[in-house]
Design a protein around this ligand. Structure first.
Ligand SMILES: Nc1ncnc2c1ncn2[C@@H]1O[C@H](COP(=O)(O)OP(=O)(O)O)[C@@H](O)[C@H]1O
Ligand SMILES: [Mg+2]
Length: 430
């Protein structure tokens, strides 16, 4: 049985159509002039593979992901080394146009087998192999090859429900403790409701490093050098260095942080550092998915994607009668949205004034009654330390090294909170 193939790309229509026709194992279904037309055809379930000419110049990670989400295998004809590198970064299979019809057919066969293996569908069941819109969860993002010589970094997502429970405080200070202990750490602000890492760290938020990183990753242009260039650097102690991608300065810019690009950004980041810490938005709602417009971007897609990809999720809740029930409901939503998640619960702003004497014991008892699992850590209510850090635009270990809050965050990070030395910072600071 021949593989139904769509082709796309201006100018080179005839040659690519000929190439496809020349090999008996492929059958040309339609040639599309533009990529949006190709994507619509993929989503309509017309073909099992797509071949793009023009070296995939207009192809982005987001578009490649849409093709993959429709269960269609993708191959690009690319002859120049620069285009081949870009496609490698996007995780897209390519073959030189000059290699001929048989080589193209072999690449298409391989890509189709890979797509079927990924989706767990069977070749003998063509109907199920043609996943149309809404036929299943989004396909995994195009994998960016990681530098082989080192293990990928651990990725920690710091999440929590609405109401400012202290997600950013925890993310910033976990990252800072790890960096001060000597790890190479990248802190990413992926809060699509408005990032605040820049404010917490006294950095220029106009840089919007995460959006820049996503833009480059989407185009397959995010190499280690580019990531280093767009990240702000905060130096902690003698050797500690924290790389920071600041968030979107205005909530309206959330469309700049899309899941496919963020996946590629995370993959690149994980090959460069020892630890990646990501501050994500609170909302897990995926209602937009029910929309008929499957091309529409999803505001919470970035949060969900990070939670899916993270090795560890820290769920932060405020330790009071508003924060705890919110966290319990949020954890139920999280279990539904990301069934693989096993979050570590951290209760922040713990104070007797809000829950009574022996607040930790009280909170444990309440938790046992209403929520599954256990509380991983408590962080004390410590407005003096939190305010000193915010006022100075710096970390707790710089602004309040001897505080209770710093000490608790340091234990959470697995680091000893002994050092009281002065820390200096470098580029990126206001
Ligand atoms: N343990 C704490 N004690 C006192 N204030 C805190 C504590 N943790 C966070 N805060 C303060 O609460 C506010 C919200 O914190 P933030 O980390 O920005 O929340 P989120 O990211 O969840 O919206 C900030 O003013 C911060 O300084
Ligand atoms: Mg925040």
């Amino acid at each position: 049985m021949s593989i139904p193939v769509l082709t796309a790309g201006g100018g080179a229509a005839a040659p690519v159509a000929d190439l496809v026709r020349l090999d008996g194992s492929l059958s040309l279904i339609r040639h599309c002039e533009e990529l949006p037309e190709l994507i619509a055809a993929c989503q309509a379930g017309l073909a099992r593979a797509a071949v793009i000419t023009d070296e995939g110049a207009d192809l982005t990670a987001a578009l490649a992901e849409r093709v993959a989400a429709a269960g269609v295998a993708l191959v690009v004809l690319a002859d120049t080394p620069a285009a081949q590198r870009r496609l490698d970064a996007l995780g897209v299979r390519h073959v030189p146009a000059a290699a001929g019809a048989a080589a193209l057919a072999a690449a298409v066969q391989a890509a189709v087998s890979e797509t079927i293996a990924h989706s767990g569908r069977s070749l003998s069941d063509p109907a199920s192999a043609f996943g149309g819109p809404g036929s299943g969860p989004e396909a995994p993002a195009a994998a960016v090859p990681e530098e082989p010589e080192q293990r990928p970094a651990r990725t920690t997502a710091v999440w929590g429900p609405a109401g400012a429970p202290g997600r950013t405080t925890v993310a910033v200070n976990l990252a800072a403790e790890a960096a001060a202990a000597g790890a190479r750490v990248l802190l990413i602000d992926a809060d699509t409701y408005g990032g605040s890492i820049a404010v917490h760290l006294g950095l220029l938020d106009e840089a919007a490093g995460t959006a820049q990183g996503c833009r480059l990753a989407d185009q397959g242009m995010l190499d280690a050098e580019a990531l280093q260039r767009i990240a702000a650097e905060v130096v902690l102690g003698r050797t500690g260095r924290l790389l920071v991608l600041t968030g979107i300065p205005r909530a309206g810019r959330w469309t700049e942080v899309r899941p496919a690009a963020l996946s590629a950004l995370l993959a690149r980041a994980r090959s460069m550092v020892d630890e990646v810490v990501v501050d994500v938005g609170f909302s897990l709602e995926a209602d937009e998915e029910a929309s008929f417009d499957v091309m529409a971007p999803r505001r919470n897609g970035a949060t969900l994607r990070v939670l899916e990809l993270a090795d560890r999720i820290i769920a932060v809740g405020a330790a009071d009668s508003v924060g705890v029930p919110r966290l319990v409901r949020g954890l139920e939503d999280l279990a539904e949205a990301v069934p693989t998640a096993s979050p570590l619960v951290v209760l922040n702003k713990v104070r007797a004034a809000a829950v009574g004497r022996s607040p930790e014991a009280q909170l444990r008892r309440t938790w046992e009654r209403f929520a599954p699992g256990s509380i991983h850590a408590f962080l004390p209510w410590d407005p003096a330390a939190a305010d000193a850090a915010l006022l100075a635009g710096s970390t707790l270990l710089e602004a309040a090294p001897g505080s209770q809050l710093r000490s608790a965050v340091a234990s959470l990070a697995g680091a000893a909170a002994g050092s009281r030395s002065r820390f200096r910072r470098r580029s990126g600071a206001k």
